[in-house]
Design a protein around this ligand. Structure first.
Ligand code: ZN
Length: 779
């Protein structure tokens, strides 16, 4: 089927001169005003591609696409200079498994918008067949999968357009995607191929509740992975998964796996199944990750609701080493075949050289050594989202308290990247001493090796900290899904929190003064010593007990992990420590990016990975993590500490082992509002802070009336530097010489907002003080 797809070729019997032909697909409008249109030969009875070229006198094609939301129009404008896509094109290569081919042919026949020109076919074929084959080849698993699925209504339309102003770009309608409409462009930026998503949104028929998005065709409920690492640490594994078919019969199954691996065999219920692996840079870039999609096809159609055992044999060199006996696992999340994020139970069996220690999630079922090999078998006591592992030559520090066990592993030897460069000292001696002789200086260079930092300096400190914050979060958010948490090192400056397994930067294990010079600012020391550790521990709840519904909700889990870490820092070091970090975050967000605009203005927090295409390279990190943490900080100030923590506990309880969306989170907040805070004000809060951009500048002016009690103050709060519809609740604090201060909440708008208060004693100061918990520049 895949070969037939790739070799489909163009059909001289279906070559037309077209005029005023159009194709409407939900929000996408394609007009083939004047030119040639040639279809591919049929595959499994369906025409899967067509080429339009405007290569005639006065030839023209045009596309119209109007994003329905303001944020999406802003995004489109950022990339194309216009909030709506209205572009003339010279050529269009289309690929479809929906009704588009039939619709076009019917239109030609019924409206008379085309006449057959078979004489043009040889020329068009010669010119376009390689392009069409290339695109078909890159989508072969998807097209073959669709053609093999009877009763499907979720076919794809993909159009690569040669725009007259915008160059080559793509427009996609894919009912299988959570956002079915997408327009974007493959770009090379800083020698890296990226995919710029100009706009991406829910298609018309799904917006109007008339249709529900297609469900996944199947789900994976249980895994057993038997993996072996040989002397060279090459991984060979057999993964067995329990697969349940959805509401339609199914033959073709798409899975993802790291590009570092090959899948060599697949079986369904013990019988060999056909395997197809093929992907292009474009379809990979569209998914923005490092995986391959492969397809497994069953000889027979599998019945709706039926349960099957799938087996995969796969292998690859996933383990890398920066040297000195330090190791890293590449493709940490995709070392076995997966299909979308879903909670499942796992049995994990590893065989590996006994000189190393392998760590993974789950309770120990067996652990033994035979000759030079060590065997370990684990079973997860609760469903997990993804299973990870790590290995190395480790030292261990363990502790158990209140039923929770923490095992922290550190490398015995130093990650070579952390070895400081040798110290070079130059001594210049002026020779000879006689001033009348010609001068020749003697330069001596002394190279001194700097002793390596101790890679285990903070092993016990990390273990103590992890154990304490693991306990603290259990009290705040309820017990974790897995009662044992393993922490292991990873070369680089990042961390990652898998269920039951945390990867922690090797920098976090070093004494602060021995970290590389570039990591020695106060902010980065806090990051490596405190913030990263607690952030990854918090992912045991945010991400691993509660997951995100789509990429637009990923910010919430990162923000929750980040802010939970800040709650821990506040608990350990006091509220001033938290405020210092928040002030750093604010400064990061206000910094000018490469385009001269503030980093924060690159896009709303809900854009997730799409922010990586922003002109500012800091945008994704600063907006997702730091603005995300600010959003939660402001909610905490508005709700009060107790109500805020209750929302987090409710979130964990109500969404345990499920996915949450930003809108679900807003609904939960609305159920815990303090008196005087309306649900509508929370909608406004989310509109301003979550779904759009902007950090206001605010200024308080006030005057006091009266010489004796009661004193009356009246003032205004001015807002600038944001859109005119930006509005935010600001706590204006009235301080007195004695006693507690008083807070008046004032909602800003484009015009100065007035406020007043009657006081029993004269005010000392009326202001929005530092630490008031509002992301704003105070003037
Ligand atoms: Zn994170």
């Amino acid at each position: 089927m895949a070969r037939a797809v790739r070799d489909a070729g163009l059909d001289s019997e279906q070559c037309y001169r077209v005029r005023d032909l159009s194709l409407y697909k939900e929000d996408i409008r394609l007009y083939f005003n004047d030119g040639y249109l040639i279809f591919s030969k049929p595959v499994a009875g369906e025409r899967i591609a067509a080429v339009f070229t405007a290569d005639v006198e006065g030839g023209d094609g045009e596309i119209l696409l109007f994003p329905p939301q303001r944020g999406e129009r802003q995004s489109l404008a950022r990339f194309t200079g216009s909030p709506n896509l209205d572009e003339h094109f010279q050529a269009a290569v289309m690929m479809f498994t929906d009704s588009s081919a039939r619709d076009l042919l019917e239109n030609i026949e019924k409206q008379g918008s085309g006449r057959k020109v078979p004489e043009m076919a040889p020329l068009l074929s010669e010119q376009w067949t390689p392009v069409v084959s290339n695109i078909l080849d890159s989508f072969a698993p998807r097209i073959a999968g669709d053609l093999l699925s009877p009763g499907r209504t979720d076919g794809l339309l993909f159009a690569a357009l040669g725009g007259k102003k915008l160059g080559n770009f793509d427009v996609v309608y894919d009912p299988k995607a959570p956002e079915q409409i997408l327009a974007g462009q493959l770009m090379e930026r800083n020698q890296r191929v990226t995919y710029d998503i100009w706009t991406s949104f829910v298609a018309r028929r799904f917006r109007t509740a008339a249709a529900t998005p297609s469900e996944p065709g199947f789900k994976m409920t249980k895994f057993r992975i038997e993996a072996s690492l040989d002397e060279t640490l090459r991984l060979r594994a057999v993964t067995r998964a329990t697969v349940q078919i959805g509401s339609l019969p199914l033959r073709a199954f798409a899975f993802e796996i790291s590009r570092a691996e090959q899948v060599t065999a697949a079986r369904i219920d013990g019988a060999p199944a056909e395997l197809l692996t093929r992907e292009s840079a474009r379809s990979r870039a569209l998914r923005a990750d490092e995986n391959e999609v492969f397809l497994v096809t069953s000889p027979d159609l599998l019945a709706p609701g039926s349960v099957h055992q799938m087996e995969f044999e796969h292998e690859g060199d996933l383990i890398t080493s920066p040297g000195n006996g330090v190791y890293a696992v590449g493709a940490r999340a995709n070392w076995y075949p997966r299909s979308g994020p879903a909670f499942a139970n796992y049995e994990l069996v590893f065989r590996y050289p006994k000189r190393l220690t392998l760590v993974t999630a789950g309770d120990i079922v067996a652990d033994r050594t035979e000759g030079d090999w060590r065997f370990t078998e684990r079973r997860t006591p609760a469903p997990i989202r993804v299973a990870g592992f790590n290995l190395g030559d480790y030292e261990k520090s363990s502790s158990t308290a209140a039923g929770l066990t923490v095992d922290v592993f550190g490398n015995r030897r130093l990650d070579p990247a952390l070895q400081p460069p040798p110290k070079t000292t130059t001594i210049t001696e002026v020779l000879p001493q006689n001033p009348r002789a010609p001068r020749r200086d003697q330069v001596t260079t002394i190279v001194q090796n700097v002793p390596p930092p101790d890679p285990l300096a903070r092993l016990n400190a990390v273990a103590t900290d992890v154990s304490a914050c693991f306990q603290y979060f259990s009290v705040l958010f309820g017990p974790p899904a897995l009662k044992t948490l393993t922490v292991s090192p990873i070369p680089g400056t990042f961390g990652q929190g898998f269920p039951g397994l945390v990867y922690l930067s090797t920098l976090s294990y070093l004494a602060p003064q021995e970290r590389p010079a570039a990591a020695r600012s106060a902010t980065l020391q806090t990051f490596f010593s405190d913030l990263m550790v607690a952030h990854e521990v918090a992912h045991q709840w945010w991400g691993n007990v509660v997951s995100g519904k789509s990429y637009q909700d990923d910010w919430l889990l990162e923000a929750l992990a980040h802010y939970s870490a800040l709650l821990w820092i506040e608990k350990k070091k006091g509220s001033r420590a938290l405020e210092d970090v928040m002030a750093d975050f604010q400064a990061d967000l206000l910094k000018a990016g490469e385009d001269g605009q503030s980093v924060e203005s690159a896009g709303p927090v809900t854009w997730g990975y799409r922010l990586e295409a922003a002109k500012s390279s800091e945008a994704f990190r600063a907006i997702t993590y730091e603005k995300g943490a600010w959003i939660l900080h402001m909610l905490r100030k508005r709700l009060g500490n107790d109500r805020f923590l209750k929302v987090l506990a409710d979130l964990r309880r109500q969404y345990e082992f499920r996915a949450v969306s930003t809108a679900d989170f807003l609904d939960l907040i609305k159920k815990s509002l303090p008196p005087g805070v309306t649900p509508e004000s929370m909608d406004t809060f989310f509109d301003n802070w979550v779904y759009s951009t902007g950090i206001p500048t605010i200024r308080v002016r006030y005057s006091v009336k009266g010489k004796v009690a009661p004193w009356k103050i009246s003032g205004t709060l001015e807002q600038s530097a944001v859109d005119k519809n930006f509005s935010v609740d600001i706590p204006v604090e009235i301080q007195f010489a004695k006693g507690a201060s008083q807070t008046v909440w004032v909602r800003t708008s484009s015009e100065p907002t007035g406020f007043s208060a009657t006081l029993k004693q004269p005010p000392l100061r009326v202001s929005v003080p530092a630490g008031s918990g509002v992301l704003a520049v105070r003037k």
